[in-house]
Design a binder for this molecule. Structure first.
Ligand code: A3P
Length: 311
């Protein structure tokens, strides 16, 4: 079924509205905040997406390691099908190969890309909160791999990213205000904290359905984490050499320097290169004052302490 556009438009007027970074109007829907275009595509996705039992969904808030997870999952899924010297990551950005559903497939007319024609198993991604993803995904045999990252690095990474695409040739948005915005939860796909928590709680209830990863653990023990992903996706590695190869292909330094990622843009306003920066755990220390740090810590404690997450 196609959602009724008039109803969507009308409901937009009834929803709480806020201004994100003094630049974009965002609306509260289903306890999270969305830019209106994304909210419409999220609505269409939720009401009409036909999940299949062998689908694989990657999920994340923004700037938590999505590009890395997309690259790794793609290589893992392809490893028995591709010739040794062929590397799919050299042909297009990882964001092309593993589309983010709400900003690509459903952002064009749903009929333009026929998901039925996509090769199976389909590997797709979403930034949407768990509450908003379609029941067809929740109730099918499909699997979800979620990647989370510590709040302070996530915020700093997004501050750099959004400044580069929204504030080109302008002063960066004041970091202090970005911290307020992040902690208040009035944030794109926000709140970040609730987003992480919802997927985490769901992964505890259904560990066979949702694998919950942390960026920091992937950095500190990439082998262990990539073996975990491959097992979860039903594509275990046959030998150590395969693991090393996938990790090397997906390393930040390598991806950053591939021609496809240095130039061009997959989404018309976002250069491919903007997805690769430093990839360092604790980079926030170079930016946040101790007051800002404490404000984020307080919010983290309030949201995560009971669950032992990111403390
Ligand atoms: P930094 O801004 O801290 O460097 P996302 O992919 O969700 O948009 O997240 C982007 C963050 O992941 C950026 O963090 C980016 O540098 C980092 N990143 C991108 N590719 C990576 C890779 N292959 N390995 C590790 N980190 C990666």
């Amino acid at each position: 079924t196609t959602p009724n556009r008039d109803n969507d438009e009308k409901s937009l007027e009834d929803l709480p509205k806020a201004r994100f970074w003094q630049t974009i109007d965002i609306y509260r829907w289903e306890n999270s905040w969305f830019e209106p275009g994304l909210m419409k595509t999220a609505m269409a996705f939720r009401s009409s997406f036909p999940a299949q039992d062998d689908d694989i969904f990657l999920a994340s808030h923004v700037k938590t390691g999505t590009t890395w997870l997309k690259s790794l999952s793609l290589c893992i899924m392809q490893k028995n099908h591709q010739k040794h010297d062929f590397d799919i990551l050299t042909t297009e950005s990882p964001h092309f190969h593993v589309p983010t559903i709400e900003s690509t497939i459903y952002a064009t007319k749903p009929s333009q890309i026929d998901l039925h024609d996509a090769s199976s198993p389909r590997l797709l991604h979403t930034h949407l909160p768990y509450a908003v993803i379609p029941d067809s995904i929740k109730n099918s045999g499909s699997k979800i791999v979620y990647i989370a990252r510590n709040p302070k690095d996530t915020l700093i990474s997004n501050w750099h990213f959004l400044n580069s695409i929204m504030k080109q040739n302008q002063e960066p948005f004041p970091l202090e205000m970005a911290v307020d915005c992040f902690c208040s939860g009035v944030y794109l796909y926000g709140s970040f904290f609730d987003h992480v928590l919802e997927y985490w709680l769901e992964s505890k209830k259904r560990p066979e359905k949702i694998l919950f990863l942390k960026y920091e653990e992937m950095k500190s023990d990439p082998k262990r984490e990539v073996l975990k992903i491959a097992e979860f996706l039903g594509k275990p590695f046959e030998n150590e050499r395969e693991v090393d190869e996938v990790l090397w292909r997906c390393s930040l330094e390598r991806l950053k320097n591939l021609e496809v990622n240095k130039n061009g843009s997959f989404l018309f306003y976002v250069p491919n290169s903007s997805y690769f920066r430093k990839g360092v755990v604790g980079d926030w220390k170079n930016y946040l004052t101790s007051e800002m740090e404490e404000r984020i810590n307080q919010t983290s404690r309030r949201k995560f302490e009971a669950f032992g997450l990111f403390l």
